[in-house]
Design a protein around this ligand. Structure first.
Ligand SMILES: Cc1cc2nc3c(=O)[nH]c(=O)nc-3n(C[C@H](O)[C@H](O)[C@H](O)COP(=O)(O)O)c2cc1C
Length: 127
């Protein structure tokens, strides 16, 4: 399982760096890569214009076939809008939400994410 993510202020990257999975960071410079193994997405929460490279990545070639779940990094002060980016992606692509957490996540968030990914299966740890 590969964890694909984007980040604007580094929080999602800090979360992903705590995980025992291979990862791939999306950026406007490298928005597309053809996936041939299962992946999950960690999405920060911003207006759609800021995060649409995630959708572009999932829509690229056959990537949608390998897309298995999404987690959201956000700020609870946004109340109803907490992690709406991940929730919108989950709905749009019909995949489960693996975890919702603030900023770079706590140990508990990391554990929840790992368990969620394991329940999806086909887990390959990098260590
Ligand atoms: C302009 C702006 C808008 C944001 N809007 C939301 C929001 O609607 N909902 C939410 O849960 N978090 C929101 N956040 C918080 C970020 O999603 C959160 O800090 C996240 O951890 C950032 O991840 P990143 O550092 O990987 O970019 C917003 C942050 C900024 C700066």
């Amino acid at each position: 399982m590969i964890v694909v993510y984007m980040t604007l202020t580094g929080q999602s990257r800090r979360f992903v760096n705590k995980l025992p999975f291979e990862s791939y960071e999306l950026s406007t410079a490298f928005p597309s890569k053809e996936m041939t193994t299962d992946f999950v997405v960690v999405a920060p929460t911003y207006d759609y214009e800021m995060t649409s490279i995630i959708d572009d990545f999932i829509d690229y070639k056959n990537n949608g076939h390998f897309f298995k779940g999404v987690a959201g990094s956000g700020n609870i002060n946004f109340a109803d809008l907490f992690v709406f980016t991940a929730r919108d992606i989950a709905k749009k692509y019909n995949v489960p939400i693996i975890a919702e957490f603030e900023f770079s996540g706590t140990e508990t968030d990391v554990e929840k994410f790992i368990k969620g990914v394991e329940s999806i299966g086909n887990t390959s740890f990098t260590e």
